[in-house]
Every structure is written in structure tokens, then in C-alpha cells.
Design a protein around this ligand. Sequence first.
Ligand SMILES: Cc1ncc(COP(=O)(O)O)c(C=O)c1O
Length: 488
Amino acid sequence: MPHDQEETPYVDAMTAYRRRGYTPFHTPGHKLGRGAPPKLRELVGDECLRVDLAMAGAVEDTRESSGLVHLAEEYAAEAWGAERCHFLVNGSTSGVHALVLTLAGPGETVVVPRNAHKSLLAALIYSGAMPRYLEPEADRGWGIPLNVTPAQVVAALREHPDARAVVVTSPTYNGLAADLPAIGQVVHAAGVPFIVDQAWGPHLRFCPELPVDAMTAGADACVVSTHKLISGLTQSAVLLARGTRLNLARLESMVKMTQSTSPQALMYASIDAARQQMATHGAELWREAIAGAEWAREEIAGIAGLRCLGHEVLEAAGVAEFDPTRLTVSALDLGLSGFELETALRERGVAVEAADPLAIILNVTFGDSMDDLRVLVHALRDIAAHTGGREAGEAAARWLRLRPPAFTRQVVSPREAFFAPSVALPLAECEGRVSAEIVTPYPPGIPVLGPGEEVAVETVAYLQTASAAHLKVHGPEDLSLRTLRVVR
Ligand SMILES: Cc1ncc(COP(=O)(O)O)c(C=O)c1O
């Protein structure tokens, strides 16, 4: 018998615990807020501290993920179409770690997208596995990574029929979804587990107007950040899995190995409540959010000097579907970088999800009212009206015209390079050396070097340009890129 998705077993246990009013001889040390410093009480309120627990219910020890947690996870597994669900308190990050540790050991190959989130690279360092990169193209106009194609996956599996897993990131940060059903088919035809990093897709399952979700598309497992676009508290996420292509018992051990032994019960409760909200009202909530986002997209696109990424992106390589609730907005034609646009919005009381030299990203969810969207559009109109006569984003346009260097050669595994003795050399002297670190210029947010890769002359030139343009760079110790750490 399927569970009644209206029920919230974990939330109910915590509510019962709070009502009962125990005298707490357990963690945390503030003892349900009684000993908490006044400033913390003022910030979060006594109610919040009263449910700040690592245990929900006096008899439930969530650390062993048994009983109550297991029950709440069963509800979630059903809602997201999985056989097994694990609640995570360290985001999708820890789910990615657990999955790679389950699937691949030292020297084994994992097919991964080049623009994967850094948690995947960390997972490769932990496990010792070798990456075989799928290289998505970057959009020339927007400077954002597109997505991987089924043909790229076929080629990778032909080269590495022994791959232990294929991982695809979908949707991307900008809402660009790969053709998951087609990719799933080719991966399974090769007998390989198909894993999706669906951190940005906790909502997909619940609304048919959104891109197809990973489990429906046949994935063996995926991670989903419940905190990103639905009502999970920050850091909460779920790992969903099914079938026989991956060992579910080993996965369970790896989840325990990569989680805190004191999971925040509020986070678990928020996953339970978010699941209930989505399973029972997700479709209508997201339909409204989509309508609001599409309204905002049209309004923004109608403001002279502004652009908003839209459905035309479906023409681009590797993009099979688009999540319309993600708004990527550029004011380069007004001469404003994404950072400047972010600042201008902040001055008008609007906070964005992310900014880079080219654009900003805004998340629209069921939590936004039409009034909120009007505030956004009004602020953007005001910015456009008060910005003029500035240089167009020439530097940004020049950067966009540069083609990032292709992947060269994985000389040693990311783990070997990470632990090898290394030295920081001036960038110009790094050609032919093996990188000890990851280097990702934004835009487009696709790494040009990972640990263990040979540094090509083209990469040195590209990074020198990035450095001269003061581009935002993630990964290396020396963010100015004057030096790069290479294997000694
Ligand atoms: C594609 C992708 N995967 C994984 C993560 C990690 O998610 P979390 O922040 O929930 O750990 C992120 C975070 O932004 C992400 O963008």
C-alpha cells in the first residue's frame, strides 16, 4: 500500500517532542534555547531553538537512520519515484560523494561532465577514480555551459566500456536539461549505472510542464537539493536510488560515512514537509511559478538594454529541455556587468541568486508572489532608465569570443595529483606540467584544468587572458592566476 502523501511522520514526531516538553539531557548545549546567548535567541527566536535537535522524538535516535527517519524516507522515495531515499544534511554535495564512493575505486573510470559541480571532483579525489570528461559546449552569447549530448556519451563509453558510472548534471545552474531519457538508454545499453546530479531539479518530478526528472528518465540514482528550489532548509537534500546496477546496501554505508553523526532534525523535518507539499500540491504551485516567471521573462526582455535567457536556448547543443523558472538576465547592452547589475538590484532591495561578469541568475518559485515579480521588473526598469552612456561590455564580449581550451590529457588521477608533492610556479612556466589543482574561470564556469591534467600551451594563454581581465576564478590557491600549483 502506498503511503498517504498528506502525512508527515517526521514533522509530527518533532511537534510531539516539543509539546511534551522534556527536560533535555542531550545535545545541543543550549538545551532547547534555555542557555542560548541572547543575540542568538533574538536572531532565530525561542521557537526555533526549542526544535534544534539531533533527535526527533525522545526515543528516536536518527543517527542510525532507523525507524522514524527510514519511514519518512520511504514517503520521499515514493514521491520522487525511487526505491530508496536517503535524507542528507550536507547538501547534494555529500550525496555525490556517497555515490562515487559506492561506484568507483582507485584507477576506475567514471564518465563525468566537464562542468560538473566541484563536489564531483572532490568525490574523485576521495575515491581515486579517473575521470573521462564529457565536454559540453558553452553558449557564445551568454557564456554559460550548455549540456552534454547522447553522442558524447556514446563516444565516451566506446572508449571506456569498463566505466563504472556515467554522471550527467541536469538541469544546469541556468536550467538547461540534457536529453536524459536518450542518455539513460545508451548508458544502460552499455550495462553501466546512470547517475544524475539533479541538484537543481527537486521540483521536476511534481509538474509535467517542467523538464523530465532523472528517476522518470531511468536514472539508477540522483541527488536532489531540497533546499535549492523547494522548501527544505538550507543544506537539506535527498539521494534517490533504485535497482540492481548499484549496490544499495553499500550506498547506505557510504551515505553514513559521508554524513554527520548528528544530523539536524529540523533539516529532516523540512525535507518531510517539502516532500508532502510537493507530492500533494506541487503541480499547481509550480504551474503558478512558471506563469509568473514567464511573465517576468517577457517583461524583462521588453526592457531596452536587458536580455533574459528563454526557450530559444532549446536550439543549442545538448539542451533538450529548459526550466522556465530560472531567469538568467544580462544588462551588458547597458554596459553593466552581472556584478554591477547585482549591486544595482541590491540598492533597490532585490537580492539575486548569483552574479558573474556577464549576467545574473534569479530563481522563481512558488514562494514568489506576482507582487514580488513586479518589484523585480520595476527595479530592472529603473536601473535601465538610470544607466546610459556607459561603454558597452566590450571586455566581456571579447572574452566570450575566446574558445576555452579543450581537455588535454589526464596524466595521473585527481587523487594522485592532489596528494603529490607540488610547487606553485609562475603561470607562464607551467606548460607541459601536471596541474595539482582545479581552475574554473567564470564565465562560463567550465574547468579548464583539473588535478592530474597536463597543462597545454593553449590553457596557459587562456588563463593569462582570464587573469588580465580580472575574471572570477574558482579553485586554485592563487586566485589572481599569477601562479599555478603543479605536481613537482
Ligand atoms: C550541479 C550542482 N550539483 C551539486 C551541488 C551541491 O549542492 P549542495 O549545495 O546542496 O551541496 C550544486 C550546488 O550548487 C550544484 O550546482
